[in-house]
Structures are given as structure tokens and as C-alpha cells.
Design a protein around this ligand. Structure first.
Ligand SMILES: Nc1ncnc2c1ncn2[C@@H]1O[C@H](COP(=O)(O)OP(=O)(O)OP(=O)(O)O)[C@@H](O)[C@H]1O
Length: 309
């Protein structure tokens, strides 16, 4: 089975409110898939559908080749899940609570729980009800990772974590992938997803706005350029270059600034007709690309492969 998650024309409406519309998406075995979108985009709705916490209005869900409703018990043993609103209550301390959850998952060695808790800086002697939000999130991460599931489904996993712990979490995700586990994680922060994800899906208003590899998204993203010439040029000489935008010249006419998206090849060839004395190009800003999707620049979904019929 090449895909760990298959969604086909998945739609969820809440009364008259639309949570999700016609979502078709595959997550491949062994990949880290970042699921990005602003608040209210439909990320949690998608994740709840994967675990049969809510039922689709239309469409089909398959997780690890199983049906979330019919095969719920079998599925839960093979999936590590962190809810966006992860709550844990009880009078136990963290250790007792995690041991309890470990037994529910068929037994998890204490050494494994200790190792994860220590890495995340989680004090297991703290009583559950006294946990801060960040420490509660760490409990959520330990319980999702501790049985080394085939598939991790994580809803806003780094919410409430300080930057150091966030980095530890990203290391854990990278190691999970190295060990052959698959990860589906939602976020509204491009930079954290960019750091670990193989592919990214961007969701807006319940629809998929883009699915692509981080590398391809970066190629399509905007970079700022600044070129200095030996002798003055005119903006018109570059106006036909595809992907070039916001061109401006300084007073002397020798420094050209602008933005370029996509391949810089045509721009480089246009520059070769002149004597260039300086060239500066920024790293493409994925964050900006992400915002352009948020702002609704794209109507049709951008996908690396043709959408399934
Ligand atoms: N139980 C519900 N009843 C009614 N509408 C809901 C319900 N749950 C979600 N929605 C609506 O569905 C849409 C998608 O919500 P969802 O929680 O999936 O978004 P999200 O991308 O996870 O956002 P966030 O980052 O804020 O959690 C929103 O418009 C939301 O108001």
C-alpha cells in the first residue's frame, strides 16, 4: 500500500456551514505531509474525519487501507493521534496517566515513555490537573509517539511549545520518518512545516488550494533581486522577462530591483546582454507564497500531478 491516507471528494457540512468541500488528497507511506491553512480553513475537520470523530457528509476516507468507522479499533492501535484540543484530566500524575494510556495501546515500555518525556522536558511527577498548556501539549506528544505507530496524525502539534521544545519536536518528526513512520501534521505556521515536511497541502475555505513538494513550492515562490550594471539600463529592457515584477531603477539607472517568481533562467539570460557588476537575490520566501494562497490568489488547485478523476 503506497498511500497511508486517501481522501476522495470529501465533504463535511455543519448545518449550513461548510467545513470541507470535495477534498481529494493522498498521503504517501513514509512521508511527512504538512497540512497548512489559516484558522477555520478545515484542518481539524479533516483530521477528525480521519479518526471517525465526525462523519463525512459525502466522500470517502481510507487510513492505512482501513475504513475509520468499520475498522476503528484496528486503526487506533496503528495510529498516534494528537488532537488540536488535546485534553487530559484526572487526579493522577503524568507518569500514571501515560502508563494508563500505554496499557490501552497494548503496553509501552516505561523506558520509552521516560525517554520521550525527558527529551521534551516533561516532569512526570506533576499532577495532571496542575499542568500548564505547554506541558499538557508535551503529554499529548508523548502519548502520540510512545507506541511508535505507523502513522502519526498531529493537529497543531507545536501549539504552546517554546522554541527549544518546538525544535525537539521537529527532530522527533524527522527521526520518525527516518524510521519509516508516516506523519500527517497540521499547522498554520509555514516555517515549521517547511523544516520537516516532504510535501505540503494548503487548505483555504475548506478547499485544497495547493499540494506540492516543499522544493517545488520554493521554486514557485517569490525572490527579491537587485542587479547593478556598469552602465545605465532601462526598465523596458526587462519588461518582457516572464515572472519578473515590481521593477524599479535607481536615479543613476544602474541598479535594478524587482521580484522574480519561478525559474530565474530568462532573467539571467536577459542580464547577460549587459555588463553586470553586482547581483543579489534573496532566498524565496515561502511565507509570502503561503500568504498569497491565504489571500485567495489561486482559484484552481495547484497540484504536482493531475487530480484523480
Ligand atoms: N462543530 C462545528 N459546528 C459548526 N461549525 C463548525 C464546527 N466545527 C468546525 N466548524 C466550522 O468549519 C470550518 C472549519 O473549521 P476547522 O476547525 O476544521 O478549521 P481549522 O482549519 O482546524 O481551524 P483552526 O486552526 O482555527 O482550528 C470553520 O468555518 C468552522 O467554524
Amino acid at each position: 500500500m503506497a498511500n497511508v491516507i486517501e481522501l476522495r471528494e470529501l465533504t463535511k457540512t455543519y448545518g449550513t456551514r461548510r467545513g470541507l468541500t470535495g477534498l481529494t488528497l493522498d498521503v504517501r507511506r513514509g512521508e511527512v505531509f504538512g497540512y497548512l491553512g489559516p484558522n477555520g480553513a478545515g484542518k481539524s475537520t479533516t483530521i477528525r474525519l480521519l479518526l471517525d470523530l465526525i462523519r463525512p457528509t459525502a466522500g470517502h476516507v481510507s487510513v492505512l487501507g482501513l475504513h475509520p468507522r468499520a475498522d476503528g479499533v484496528a486503526l487506533r492501535a496503528r495510529v498516534g493521534y494528537l488532537a488540536g484540543d488535546f485534553v487530559c484530566d484526572g487526579r493522577q500524575n503524568v507518569r500514571g496517566y501515560l502508563q494508563f494510556l500505554g496499557r490501552l495501546r497494548g503496553g509501552v515500555p516505561q523506558a520509552r515513555i521516560d525517554e520521550l518525556a525527558e527529551r521534551l522536558g516533561l516532569d512526570q511527577s506533576t499532577s495532571i490537573k496542575k499542568l500548564s498548556k505547554g506541558n499538557r501539549q508535551k503529554v499529548g506528544l508523548v502519548q502520540a509517539f510512545m507506541h511508535t505507530p505507523e502513522l502519526l496524525i498531529l493537529d497543531e502539534p507545536s501549539a504552546g511549545l517554546d522554541p527549544l521544545v518546538q525544535q525537539t519536536f521537529l527532530d522527533m518528526v524527522a527521526e520518525a520518518r527516518e524510521g519509516g513512520q508516516s506523519v500527517f501534521m497540521s499547522s498554520h505556521i509555514m516555517s515549521e512545516v517547511e523544516a520537516v515536511a516532504d510535501r505540503v497541502g494548503i487548505i483555504r475555505d475548506g478547499r485544497l488550494a495547493a499540494v506540492d513538494t516543499v522544493e517545488n513550492l520554493r521554486t514557485g515562490a517569490v525572490r527579491d533581486v537587485e542587479v547593478t550594471f556598469e552602465s545605465p539600463v532601462s526598465v523596458a529592457q526587462f519588461s518582457e522577462v516572464p515572472g519578473l515584477d515590481r521593477l524599479a531603477l535607481d536615479e543613476a539607472g544602474t541598479t535594478l530591483t524587482g521580484q522574480i517568481s519561478g525559474s530565474p533562467d530568462a532573467f539571467v539570460k536577459a542580464l547577460a546582454l549587459h555588463t553586470v557588476t553586482g547581483l543579489r537575490a534573496t532566498e524565496p520566501a515561502l511565507e509570502e507564497l503561503f500568504h498569497s494562497y491565504y489571500a485567495g490568489a489561486e482559484d484552481a488547485p495547484r497540484t504536482e500531478t493531475a487530480p484523480a478523476a
